[in-house]
Design a binder for this molecule. Sequence first.
Ligand code: ATR
Length: 275
Amino acid sequence: MGIYGVIGYPIAHSMSPLMHNREFQALKLDHYYTAFNIHPDDLAKAIESVRILEIRGLNVTLPHKVKVMDYLDEIDEEARLIGAVNTIINRDGHLIGTNTDGEGYLRSLLTIVDSLYAKKVILIGAGGAARAIATTLARQGVQALDVANRTAAKAEELAKHVNRFADCKALALKDAEEQLENYDIIINTTSVGMSPNVEEAPIRLDHLKTGAVVSDLIYNPLKTKLLQQAEEKGAVIHNGVGMFVYQGALAFEKWTGIKPNIERMMDTVIKKLGG
Ligand code: ATR
């Protein structure tokens, strides 16, 4: 029997235990996944406990994704580039940090677009989620991956990072709205529009290009105001459920060596969300 889990603060509303346990059961794996509420002051001790209790794998969520790197034995290249860890693998007491957020998002996006080659992409927001996604998408042959953010300094900082891999400029939200017809894919990485603030949208879509893809990392609600407005304009819309499921599925596979059933995981999460 293997013990797995997620650490965060707060962690009460995480859907990861349900998603992983249902999959363990369906695949007849004798494992169990639970949520650990870990105060930031206790993070070092919590990670030491992973070795002592022989917890085989952990997901890491807010606010621990960056700080946890200080306590691991190894950080793989993806997590190093992103600058954050969302998954820990315990190999006989040797703790390896990786990050499946960017790859999880990419896999989800590739279920609705064929490729990112030569695409012009804009991210709304410049926080941790934006950095993970930008780091992965920028290496997919995009023509440009620009960043628009409320706080200019943060957009510029992320743009500097992304420029290592792809053409990237920082924009103000207002300029992004006015230049929106330049972009094939618009991705909201901010929390604007998340429940309970469901009437808010991070950007106006007046200048949306015909046939554009509008993607929102939010999955509660499943269809944010932004996605409703995009749909009304005829855009292809994409919500955050797929990223959540794929980041979990990639972690599951790294821990167990077994590929989980994506459709079943998706079904579990969407039912839980009331979709
Ligand atoms: P995460 O790690 O989940 O990405 P974060 O690092 O706190 O969270 O980043 C939140 C992002 O959402 C930031 O880009 C933030 O903009 P600022 O850099 O200006 O703070 C953006 N954001 C949050 N609330 C916002 C709002 N009401 N309007 C515009 N942007 C907002």
